[in-house]
Design a protein around this ligand. Structure first.
Ligand code: CRA
Length: 866
């Protein structure tokens, strides 16, 4: 008809919103309408949910920007010591709901969009996850940013702006994992601010020539330069004005014009643009590590220089946290800047570096400890490789830093890795090898063991050692893990440097996202019960202990249980909408969600499910009717090249098909593999769980953080004595967790037995043998496809499934038994939540701030910062 239609909302509200003078319209409504008209250039009458999400996000961003600007001005004015969190991964998830919560604007925006005809919950669903990471390490970085801002700490994150997030996981007809790209920036990202004014040129390749003036300097030239462009992401603190920054770098080919080539008449050469530069933030390669660390350091140094402080005070104003070894090249890069560009002596530079960096180790698994081939580094980063060689030569000095007083150069001893290019400047350090020799006479093995460079073809740089040697402090992420770091991979360094350099900071999670946002009903019940505002306990999580007495109240338990039930129904709805599957809600929900990895033992879980299925099948109907009803959920991605992990997914999916279709048993046991695990999916799964599984082989899971999220939401824990499970049990009491399996000290011996005194599975663990035989026999199809997976258990069994299976099944039986007594179960659930205060990332970040970085809260004053 050509007439405008207003399917969304009230026409008069929209019209009023468009007349910005109208007093009857809330600021929120006006601002959203304004963004629809101007930023999006869209007409209100054809606006869909996605458009409304975009306009709301831009409007919220306006609020963030005001706080962000004030925070940064305040930091500049006060010039406090700052910390920088360098991480290759930031698994942020969605932003809108979190920003609204932290700004305290949830209700206003809910009402605002409602008056325009939209439902906030639908809009939130339109946002794509920012999935710039793999798993726990990346999500930890995101929780730490939330806590830093909430604690008003001057902390910035630095990372990479990947064009693609982690791959999207699809499951084929056969149950195979397929990977599709995640072009998360396709629809524009309202949460980032491009900073075309903040760019740096980063060099690769070329030649580094040492200056022969004895200064230790070198001139690095030639090669290729790439541009790093900054994108800023605002990180609002909860209930505070402080809004910190996450700066992500994008790589761009250096377009510019090569005047020399032009003058030489080579027009094409002059405008040549390298394609490889674009690849940096798309593909993972050593290139991107330098690219990003170099850009970040240049940026940090520029900000420091603006304060006018002398360079020797750098470590008094800056702490740089290395999130695992990925950013380790920052160590030689800062050395390069200080020596080659700032003209410092090697000693001075090293002093600054080793007082600036802090290194967190996140794994003791040998395959995850980075090693980079020397020839590759020599080619891509010749100057950095030179510096690493210098550090190697000086290594013995480094270990005895306080003794660097002697000027006697006469007692030089030879060292296995004295690089021939070493200048006179560095050579004196070799003297201090004598000290090593003195401490460990004749212990050449030790020197080789500790060297930053591993012998072999090719030689490789041990990044964890470089990070350790170049840092002021080193920590692990849970008590057991930190102890393992100190007694295994870094033992020699502990002997040499003293234990005081090594510590532990047990991981934490932000209770804002992982309780208030993902479980609003439980959060509301807690506030009501404690008679506190949410802000009073969300920022002081140990206050949850106040819930303990209510575990004895029948009415409170009923409310608690009803919320769990509604969270199950919400999850069931989600599965029905996304997958078209009907999940029963009158059952125990048992969840294992994490990256697929042999050490995490999803295989143990699926074998346990099959065992349960076979047992149910063997029962007479009357007996079966007594069984506990259970729904088992799995979710998680496997690395695209991780064959065994992908086979595990395939097995889970096909077992699910058989079990869910079996009318004899499917009332008692259902199984689901939910594809494309993400932060957002976790937010739906975690609050619905009765029990969750954290069942890694003892000593392999550094910490785990989802274990904390489940327990915070009143889910009980079934796990091995590993990682943070141990500390959770210490807090909530061992009677409230279900532990099983061998302990860490037994692992080595058991593995030895597997190899040298193998016992057939039929004999060692008949129940497991039966399960394996059913799979081999084709009960779940596959035509022998699972044999390689089963053979990892039959041969070698590195992750000790045959050792732990029986106690695992016994633990599952205890879970069933405990669940039969509903009232007791709910008591356990309440007590668990009540005792999770320790695991707030606020506690963790404060430990870093106090015991590592030595930084303080810098609140933004009321009123405008001048
Ligand atoms: N995979 C550990 O394995 C730990 C997180 C965060 C991990 C987890 O147990 O909770 O780090 N390690 O500390 C890691 O990424 C490179 O090592 C992880 O996420």
């Amino acid at each position: 008809s050509g007439k405008e239609k207003w399917p969304k909302g009230e026409e008069k509200v929209w019209r009023a919103g468009m007349r910005s003078v109208d007093k009857n319209i809330s600021d929120v409504t006006r601002s959203v309408v304004n963004h629809v008209q101007t930023s999006l250039a869209r007409q209100p009458y054809n606006l869909d949910d996605f458009g409304a999400y975009q306009a709301s996000a831009l409007s919220v961003r306006d609020n963030l920007l005001v706080n962000w600007n004030e925070t940064q001005m305040n930091y500049t004015r006060k010039a406090p010591k700052r910390a920088y969190y360098l991480s290759l991964e930031f698994l942020m998830g969605r932003t809108l709901d979190n920003a609204l919560l932290n700004l305290g604007l949830k209700d206003q925006y809910k009402d605002g969009v409602k008056s325009l005809g939209f439902n906030m919950e639908d809009l939130l669903e339109k946002e794509r996850d920012a999935a710039l990471g793999n798993g726990g390490l990346g999500r930890l970085a995101a929780c730490y940013l939330d806590s830093s801002a909430s604690q008003e700490l001057p902390v910035w994150g630095y990372g990479l702006r990947y064009k693609y997030g982690i791959f999207q996981q699809l499951i084929s007809q056969d149950g195979e994992q397929l990977e599709a790209p995640d072009p998360w920036l396709e629809n524009q990202n309202p949460w980032e601010l491009p900073r075309i004014d903040v760019t740096y040129q980063i060099r690769f390749y070329g030649n580094a020539d040492r200056v022969t003036d004895g200064s230790g300097r070198a001139i690095w030239q030639g090669g290729q330069e790439v541009l790093a462009i900054a994108y800023d992401v605002m990180i609002p603190g909860y209930g505070t004005k402080t809004t910190n920054n996450l700066r992500l770098w994008e790589s761009k080919p250096k377009r510019g014009f090569d005047l020399n080539s032009f003058n030489a008449g080579n027009y094409e050469g002059a405008v040549e643009v390298s394609n490889s530069a674009d690849a940096i933030t798309s593909v993972l390669y050593p290139n991107d590590h330098t690219f990003w660390t170099a850009a970040s350091l240049a940026d940090i140094l520029r900000r420091f220089k603006n304060t006018g402080k002398p360079i020797k005070e750098f470590p008094d104003y800056i702490a740089i946290q290395l999130n695992d070894t990925h950013p380790t090249l920052a160590i030689p890069e800062l050395m390069r800047i200080l020596i080659d560009e700032e003209d410092l002596h090697w000693n001075q530079a090293w002093h600054i570096v080793t007082n600036t960096f802090f290194y967190t180790n996140h794994t003791v698994l040998p395959e995850a400890l980075e090693k980079w081939p020397v020839p590759l580094l020599e080619h891509v980063l010749p100057r950095h490789m030179q510096i690493i060689y210098d550090i190697v030569s000086a290594q013995s000095y480094i270990f005895h830093r306080p003794k660097l007083i002697s000027s006697d150069r006469t007692c030089m001893v030879s060292f296995p890795y004295v690089h021939p290019e070493l200048t006179a400047d560095v050579a004196p350090f070799r003297f201090f090898l004598q000290a090593v020799e003195k401490k460990y006479p004749g212990d050449r093995d030790r020197l080789a063991r500790m060297s930053l460079i591993e012998e072999g073809a090719p030689k490789q740089v041990r990044m964890a050692f470089l990070a350790c040697v170049g840092s002021r402090k080193v920590n692990g992420v849970a008590e057991l893990h930190s102890e393992l770091v100190q007694t295994t991979i870094l033992k020699d360094f502990v002997d040499f440097d003293g234990i005081s350099k090594f510590g532990n900071v047990t991981n934490g999670i932000t209770p804002r996202r992982w309780l208030d946002q993902c479980n609003p009903e439980l959060s509301a019940l807690i506030s009501k019960t404690l008679q506190l505002s949410p802000g009073a306990w969300l920022k002081e999580l140990t206050k949850l202990e106040g819930l303990l007495p209510y575990a004895e109240s029948k009415t409170f338990r009923a409310e608690w249980a009803a919320i769990k039930q509604r969270n199950k129904e919400r999850l069931a709805r989600h599965v029905e909408v996304t997958l078209g599957l009907k999940v029963r809600t009158d059952a125990m929900y048992d969840v294992q969600i994490k990256r697929l990895h042999e050490y995490k033992r999803q295989t143990l879980n699926i074998l346990g499910v099959i065992h349960r299925y076979l047992t149910l099948k063997s029962l007479k109907p009357a007996e079966r009717a007594k069984a506990n009803r259970k729904v088992v959920f799995f979710a998680g991605k496997a690395a695209p090249a991780y064959y065994i992990a992908k086979l595990t997914i395939r097995l889970i999916v096909n077992v699910a098909r058989v079990i869910n279709a079996d009318p004899e048993t499917n009332e008692y046991l259902q199984l689901y593999f939910l594809p494309d695990y993400s932060v957002s999916l976790a937010e739906v799964l975690i609050p619905a769980s009765d029990i969750s599984q954290h069942i890694s082989t003892a000593g392999t899971e550094a910490s785990g953080t989802s274990n904390m999220k489940f327990c915070l939401n009143g889910g009980l824990l079934l796990g091995t004595v590993d990682g943070a499970n141990i500390e959770i049990a210490e807090e909530v009491g061992e009677s409230n967790v279900f532990f099983f399996g061998h302990l860490t000290p037994a692992v080595e011996d058991l593995r030895y037995q597997h190899v040298y005194h193998p016992v057939p599975i039929e004999q060692k663990c008949p129940a497991l043998a039966q399960v394996l035989n059913q799979i081999s026999g084709g009960l779940f199809g596959g035509d022998g496809v699972y044999e390689p997976l089963l053979n990892t258990i039959r041969q070698g069994d590195y992750y000790l499934l045959t050792d732990d299976f029986d106690s695992y099944i016994a633990a599952l039986a205890m879970v069933d038994e405990a669940y039969l007594d509903k009232e007791e179960w709910i008591k356990k659930s309440i007590k668990t939540t009540a005792k999770m205060g320790k695991f707030s990332s606020d506690r963790a970040i404060n430990e870093y701030a106090e015991s590592y970085w030595n930084i303080e809260a810098i609140p933004v004053p009321d009123g405008i910062v001048a």
